[in-house]
Write a protein that binds this ligand. Sequence first.
Ligand code: AMP
Ligand code: MG
Length: 433
Amino acid sequence: MKEFQRESPYPMAPIEDAHRIIAAHSNPLATETVSSLTAYGRVLAEDVAAPEAIPDVPKAAMDGYALRAADGLAERRVLAELTAGMLEGLTITPGAAVRIMTGAPIPRGADAVIQVELTEEHDNILRIQSPVPVGNNIHTVGQDIALGEKVLVRGAVLGSAEIGLLATVGCTQVSVYRRPRVAVLATGDEVVEPGAPRSPGSVRDSNRYALLAAVHEAGCEGFSLGIVHDDPDAQRQAILRGLAQADVLLTSGGVSMGSRDLIKPLLAELGIIHFGRIAFKPGKPTTFATIAEDRLAHADLAFAQEHALTVPRLVFGLPGYPVSSLVSFEVFVRPALRRLQGDARPERPCVRVALLDAIHPARDRPAYQRVIISWRDGRLVARSTGAQGSSRLLSLRGANGLLLVPPGEQVYAAGAELEALALGAIEVEASSV
Ligand code: AMP
Ligand code: MG
């Protein structure tokens, strides 16, 4: 029987060092050209400029009549009707006008549009209630987008507005960063499939499914490597299988001090461990390693070569406790996955919140406590999700913030202010609307 190791050989990396080390290994992946119109969620790998001004010709901004402002209040003859998309060779001479619909090009000679509500027309004779200035209701060339204007820059995430911009400037193909492929492996003799029969003491594998969902939310292609027992050969084989197919491997469990915690020695054998512990809570044993492709000697690398997987591969050994595993993912893995995709803003925003409950720090390490952030009476407030145990997944339910609590003995009273990472939408409380 293997003896307990009583002291970890790995120093605890401060949070900032851990971030810096991971970021140094998270370079944007190769780019690929995709159809812009369906590229929702992707990250642009190039700047996009408008090849034409928008609008390209002056257009009516309202339904009404295009006329010459200098004619003042005089009656006009109505020559024709122009609708959006019509480009007639018509010229508006003094005393003339055309009926014009929103979006229709302004005919030559006209320099203003009067909206229909301010007019009367009988037998093709137009009367207007008030004179209009030159340029009235005319949508000028380049008013929305100037010729050559940079509409999007490299590193931008394509949301609905960005897809609309690509469509409007006629950019149907665009260069984006490849999505990282992320393999997720659960370890543990006690860990079972959530749908499988369970013996007393076993634990349903929540980590692998929660991590796969988080990987997907982070814009990556995730795939499962299943559950592997606490056996070094089985774990080595699973790690190699994962790294043959993925840019990034996430493991769950097996990184603490137990006799069956095998992940760290295996990563040390296969590659370089950059840190084996982080000075934070929950998730102290979180481990980060890189593994060169030539160390994957036993794996079939045809897939890796075809997909140009990143070299070296990144491995995050995440803790087994469900909260530790997800919080560690959120704080350390997610920014790396966003960096691999070239996201110009890989970090979650950090906000200042006022506490609604007293918060007890950890004595020796900064802690990320789960909170619900909302907007109340003109400021952001944070309510604790309750008991913060590393196994209590309920502490993450509904949490849209991770409160950064500095270590120490003092209690932060309700009303004190701390920083928090904002993970999602912030609700406005009814009383404060
Ligand atoms: P370990 O870090 O492997 O010692 O795991 C610590 C604890 O986390 C275990 O005792 C389990 O209760 C729990 N755990 C480990 N793996 C998982 C998993 N995949 N899903 C849910 N809980 C897990
Ligand atoms: Mg374990």
